[in-house]
Design a protein around this ligand. Sequence first.
Ligand code: AMP
Length: 591
Amino acid sequence: MNTLVINCGSSSIKYALIDGSDKLLLSGKHERLGESQGEQTHESAVGQILQEISGYPVDVVGHRVVHGGSKHAAPCLIDEQVLADIERHVPDAPMHNPYSLAAIHAAQTALPGVPHVALFDTAFHARMPRRSTTYAIDYEVALKHGIRRYGFHGISHEYAAGIAAQFLQRPLNELRIVTLHLGNGASACAVEFGRSAETSMGHTPLEGLVMGTRSGDVDAGVLLTLLRQGYDVASLDDLLNRKSGLAGLSGLGNDLREIEIAAADGNERCRLAINVFAHRARKYIGAYAAAMGGVDAIVFTGGIGENSASMRGRILQRLEFLGVVLDEDRNRDASVQKDNDYALITTPRSRVEAIVVKTNEELMIARQARRLVSASRPSASMDIPIAVSGRHCHLTRETFAALFGADATPTIAKPLSQPGQFACEERVNLIGPHDRIERVRVLGPLRSVNQVEISRTDEFRLGIDAPVRDSGNVQGSAPITLEGPAGSVTLAEGLICARRHIHMHPDDAERFGLSDKDEVAVAIVGGGRDLVFGDVLIRVKDSYALEMHIDTDEANAAELNRQQVGELSDVDVDQYVVVTTGAASLVSKLE
Ligand code: AMP
């Protein structure tokens, strides 16, 4: 299976054609795209790339996309929804996402018959805990404007951490690693037991380390000062993104090689640039060791991380207290290439190992794209609204009459998200051998069979062992006594703990590649208490709207908090990423 990898930057496109056994068949780079009129654009570069590889069949195309937001925690097949998601994050990655969209469009037009997969730089960080993704600004303002930390360079951090674990011959999920991707863009990542727990780039790729032309961390007050001095948005953008970092400090441009030469000749600004760069990176290592409660390895990658022994040495100075003992010779001699992709630079007595890794985003993209399309069932990743069902009951006409009076009819309190369903004003009391639960909501319309749905916690309280059942399957379920204003009814059966399920319209089912009665696993991530729900039943019907139903116990376990329970209520899904897929491929994704 040949994978064409398209790695689209703001003014360049790198490409690689990689076969099913990771062999690189062809690669190349088109630069200076769209810089002046009449020059090549991203679209025309894709056209040229396709000509260059025209001798080879292409089975799948993997597109690197910088910003996928919190929603995309995994690679996904590109469809209209995914294109809309990339478009939505154009304001957050204006130098990247528009060009990715252009390149995807050109590639899809030229290769319509093959799957196109998006791999996001943000994906590896999409499951960071909320303490890492949250800025301490007004909560409501942040929510309103979608201000949160995303993190970038995820493909490289994940790859580098994986190679380090391989080198250390230890499972990634037992290691605490700080990865430093130091290139023209630069970021650090705390890879805690295989997952990104913290990273230095934030809402945009501007935060964190010193970069080629980007400032990294700056007191936000500085921006206010400059605004008061007459700077506007465009000039601040230009200052922070293009005129800062190594280039801004040194006055010599963004190439560390030239800065190092000038510093050696006594250029003070170049010395300062190097010192600030190293100091910032060292601070992040210390911070991430603290955040993870320890560190097993420090990994250097990217153009500077792979090539500048003096910068690596400087960064690792004063980290002896963490257990880092640099081997000067190994550091000087470390040389990483595609076929020799790592080098150890610490001594055997160093408790924390420092490793140089040759990054290979293209290989990572090819592997992930291949894995996705060869999974037995197409996988999709998108938000699914979640409704938390509090305890409730569906009643027959006869039971309703016995509880509320012969002439009573259900009074609609509010419609529910499933078309035609509604919550009623009427409530009943549940009476069990141990205890009673009052004011349980009746849902309408009336049904042909009684069904009372409660959580496991409710069962303990009532003292009844009710089975987990699909809705509608109440035969042989538990008995329960209901009490209404007009009388009581004891049902011989009808009490269940509802099995978690997802309602889907047939169009949604097609998008997910699922059918009625399929079972899937659903990962709730990013809420601070990640959880995978297995055995989730898919229910497909023309009248259904896409929605997952879980009970209050399940919601609490996943920290999908509700202010009020006791009825069907929507959870703010923007805060959670939900990935649905076949159980088998989900497991492989979570590994
Ligand atoms: P990247 O963005 O990962 O391609 O990294 C590019 C940056 O790596 C360049 O701007 C250089 O500053 C830096 N770089 C590449 N080779 C060397 C080297 N031998 N010594 C110092 N810096 C280097």
